[in-house]
Design a protein around this ligand. Structure first.
Ligand SMILES: Nc1ncnc2c1ncn2[C@@H]1O[C@H](COP(=O)(O)O)[C@@H](OP(=O)(O)O)[C@H]1O
Ligand SMILES: [Mg+2]
Length: 346
């Protein structure tokens, strides 16, 4: 890797590369079929894929950037010993290495940076996708019996299912400088593309403040108002905030990363989640990519989250994101004050 490129460019290029490696780990765990689901808290689960992908990302980035503070969703992977050598990714993405660093980020030092890692955003969708992959009904039933996330009603509806939920899964790496997300990576391990006759799995979207975004084809917002929100963590307050938006359609999908992809690809124009639940690792990379594309991500009160090393992890006052300032202002103006008070604890 050229050591003359500015640090932010090298770190973003390494993050693009390691996100792809982590995505392969996510697919490999699924192919082996043993997900190793652990319940971390209410409606909060972790699998072998979350644990291994995080170890790959943190070990690789910290071997290259030892003074950068890296915070991951799954705690401290150092306690689990050495990682397999094939997980250590030290290559940097060649295209990102060619980017021009904006002058405001040229002098950034490792000590100024906090990296937020969500190794597998959309864990509910990942585990539910695993169930769909079991084509043998007996195998499915056995997995269902050990599966804490799925209701019997949902299980019975599987007859007409497809593998769609796996597309909601993303690997998120957000780079913040002086508390602000300035660069980010959203990798989609199950995105399928055809390269000639060959099917290729996975794509990586990146964003850099002052430069722009890459890895996907941008599209304008839909003509009518389409809102995207959670499909697995709803509650009455979340629903109330959706009702007041007057939307033509509500798109319920998994993961903060995938919801921001809906905005970037012109499938929705606003992302509303009026609830605590998301954490800094869920929103750092999506915020960085969305703002590099001209959008805005804040809490439900319209305030930006801060991403310094000492902040608390939960995003207590929800998420409000839009493809541009005008739609963000619109959404903010629709949220009733009593709902804002409720979330901010007033
Ligand atoms: N009520 C809740 N409890 C736990 N986690 C929540 C939550 N609401 C949102 N989250 C987390 O925020 C992310 C996006 O959620 P959602 O898909 O519902 O929009 C998910 O990240 P992970 O999948 O990485 O855990 C999810 O776990
Ligand atoms: Mg997440």
């Amino acid at each position: 890797m050229s050591s003359t490129a500015p640090l932010i460019i090298r770190l973003l290029a390494s993050s693009v590369s390691v996100a792809g490696r982590a995505g392969k780990i996510v697919r490999d765990v699924m192919s082996r079929g043993e997900l190793g689901i652990v319940e971390k808290g209410k409606d909060d689960y972790q699998t072998e894929a979350d644990r291994s992908a995080q170890r790959c990302i943190i070990s690789s980035l910290s071997s290259l950037y030892p003074k950068v503070n890296i915070i991951g969703e799954e705690g401290n992977p150092d306690s689990e010993g050495e990682i397999p050598s094939e997980w250590l990714q030290i290559e940097a993405d060649k295209e990102v290495m060619l980017l021009e660093c904006p002058s405001s980020l040229q002098g950034v030092k490792e000590e100024d940076i906090v990296v937020w890692v969500d190794p597998l955003d959309g864990t509910s969708e990942y585990t539910q996708g695993a169930l769909m992959l079991k084509r043998d009904p007996w195998e499915r039933w056995k997995m269902y019996l050990t599966h804490p996330l799925i209701s019997i009603k949902w299980y019975l509806s599987l007859r007409h299912s497809n593998y769609g939920f796996l597309e909601h899964v993303t690997v998120l790496i957000g780079i913040s400088v002086n508390e602000k997300p300035v660069a980010g990576v959203i990798h989609q391990p199950y995105f399928k593309t055809m390269v000639g006759e060959e099917k290729q799995m996975g794509r990586t979207i990146w964003g850099l403040q002052g430069v722009g975004v890459g890895g996907y084809i941008p599209a304008p917002p839909p003509d009518s108002l389409v809102i995207t929100t959670t499909r697995s963590h709803s509650n009455p307050v979340v629903e109330k905030a959706l009702q007041v938006m007057n939307a033509a359609q509500v798109l319920r999908v998994g993961g903060a990363g995938y919801k921001v992809l809906q905005l970037l690809e012109g499938k929705a124009s606003i992302y509303v989640f009026a609830s605590p639940g998301c954490k800094k690792w869920d929103t750092c990379a999506p915020e960085a990519v969305l703002s590099a594309a001209g959008g805005k991500l804040t809490d439900i009160l319209g305030d930006f989250y801060k991403y310094g090393a000492s902040v608390t992890h939960p995003n207590k006052t929800g998420v409000l994101a839009a493809v541009n300032d005008e739609l963000h202002n619109y959404a903010l103006s629709r949220i009733p004050q009593e709902l804002k008070d409720k979330l901010s604890g007033n």
